[in-house]
Design a protein around this ligand. Structure first.
Ligand code: MV4
Length: 480
């Protein structure tokens, strides 16, 4: 494998290229006209423009990316995350064109791409799942009967949904009919598939996911868990590894369950198995993501592996060299996703130019970055600028390093989620580890940032005044 096309942009494209370069593999960037001067284009050994800015006319054009790969004599395509990374048809087309898709087989993507097919596949193994009905329902009366059997509150989920889209909580039988009808029509319009299924609603869950890696020789490993409960509207903002609540026994049980899920679809490559963990520490299988995830760096830092390097080695047909017993958790890692979004304006995208853009450095700080000072933040794509990752021997040390790094991360020209990150890492509920997926709803309000800022501004002004007055007393200005 001498040349890899990275079919992505931003921080993940640069991140994948760094590992390829470390392995002596040439890299090809693909870019839209909006990304002509982007770092991932300049970092690559070669670069091909694949179209106008809209993703549908560039980064999602699988055939064009495959053509570019063949024209440049590339051996493989790494999809990153998002875009075509979980598109089974693309994975198939890549292989059909004699190229290696650095990811799972199309069949595994298909199974895990449907929530119901995933449950069906996993059923064979003894994996805990949320009580519910595992078949698509469109009949409201049937749904009512199931709901009363499960017991309210229940959750209606779209079979073709994901990331929280198409989910509706129903608290009593009277609401069932109207909520079912809305869920079905919403699912039809959003996913072109109106089928829904019903589960018992787990009221205050933590979102725990397990990183798995499997090779083509039947070896399966897990690289422990990531805590992803700090989410805003189903978008993860802060992730950490390990979770502050998992016991070694629970970790082993969830790791083993995650590997079973991977085996259920003959998985090859890097994948993530998502679980809900309830207040009684019961875990339930939610879904499997058949891609390398945004938050993979925290798993790399606590386990000391380069997951992209393992992906490339597995894609080359190599067997995984380490055994599960060789893997140990060492230290603690936190990740803050730095979005060009305004936390004081409902996290709406903050467009503009990075007038100032200086990254923090220092021990235990890693920034997977996709931008440079002077660049405009394009409106066409996900507004993530970078991922700020802090590592420490303990969770407390990682939090301190993270707070210092947030302070040193200088961005002017757009608003970012850095102040929101500061709010989270300073918050008692986060620092104590006592939080769940409702953290943002329960604890965050924009005033929390402005209030804090104004308090700090007041303190700074008082210190300045005190220093000035002190200087006035002691400073003897020469008389004229
Ligand atoms: C649930 C749940 C509670 N009970 N299912 C969210 C998106 C997808 N990963 C599945 N998700 C959930 N499924 C049952 N039966 C809670 C979540 C969930 C969540 C729900 C509301 C708000 C934020 C959330 C974050 C993670 C998971």
């Amino acid at each position: 494998m001498k040349r890899i096309v990275v079919a992505n942009r931003g921080e993940i494209a640069v991140r994948v290229m760094k590992t390829a370069q470390k392995m002596g593999i040439k890299t090809v960037a693909v870019f839209s006209e909006a990304d002509r001067n982007a770092p991932h284009v300049r970092f690559a050994d070669e670069a091909v423009c694949i179209g106008p800015p809209p993703s549908s006319q560039s980064y999602l054009l699988g055939e064009k990316i495959i053509e570019a790969a063949k024209a440049l004599g590339a051996d493989a395509i790494h999809p990153g995350y998002g875009f075509l990374s979980e598109n089974a048809g693309f994975a198939e087309a890549v292989e059909k064109n004699g190229l290696v898709f650095i990811g799972p087989k199309a069949a595994a993507i298909r199974v895990m791409g449907s929530k119901l097919a995933a449950k069906e596949a996993v059923k064979k193994f003894d994996i805990p799942m949320v009580p519910g009905i595992d078949e698509a329902i469109t009949d409201v009366e049937k749904a009512k009967g199931i709901a009363s059997k499960i017991g309210f509150p229940i959750l209606i989920k779209a079979s073709a949904g994901g990331g929280g889209k198409g989910m509706r909580v129903v608290t009593n039988a009277a609401e069932m009919e109207s909520q079912m009808e809305r869920a079905i029509s919403e699912a039809k319009s959003a996913f072109g598939d109106g089928s829904v299924f019903i589960e018992k609603y787990v009221a205050s869950p933590r979102h725990i996911e397990i990183q798995v890696m499997a090779d083509s020789h039947g070896n399966y490993l897990h690289f422990f868990e990531r805590e992803c409960s700090i989410q805003r509207r189903h978008q993860k903002v802060v992730e950490e590894a390990p979770s502050s609540v998992l016991t070694p026994q629970l970790r082993d049980e969830m790791g083993a369950a995650a590997i079973q899920v991977a085996k259920a679809c003959n998985y090859i490559g890097a994948g993530t198995v998502e679980f809900l963990l309830d207040a009684d520490h019961h875990f339930y299988f939610l879904e499997m993501n058949t891609r390398l995830q945004v938050e993979h760096p925290v798993s790399e830092l606590i386990s000391g592996v380069d997951l992209v390097e393992l992906q490339i080695k597995v894609a080359r047909g190599e067997a995984l060299s380490m055994r599960q017993e060789d893997l140990k958790i060492n230290g603690h890692a936190l990740e803050l996703r730095v979005y060009a979004e305004d936390p004081l304006n409902d996290f709406l995208p903050s467009v503009g130019t990075l007038e100032t853009y200086r990254l923090p450095k220092g021990e235990g700080i890693r920034v997977d970055n996709g931008f440079e000072e002077g660049m405009e933040v394009p409106i066409y794509y996900d507004p993530m600028l970078s991922k700020l990752i802090a590592y420490g021997a303990t969770r407390e040390e990682a939090i301190q390093r993270m707070l210092l790094a947030i302070k040193e991360y200088k961005v002017e020209g757009v608003q970012t989620t850095l102040p929101f990150g500061k709010f989270v890492f300073e918050h008692a509920a986060f620092r104590s580890g006592q939080f769940d997926t409702h953290f943002v709803k329960q604890h965050y309000a924009p005033e929390a940032l402005t209030e804090k800022n104004s308090q700090e501004a007041k303190i700074a002004a008082l210190i300045a005044l005190k220093t000035y007055l002190k200087d006035q007393k002691t400073l003897r200005l020469p008389t004229a």
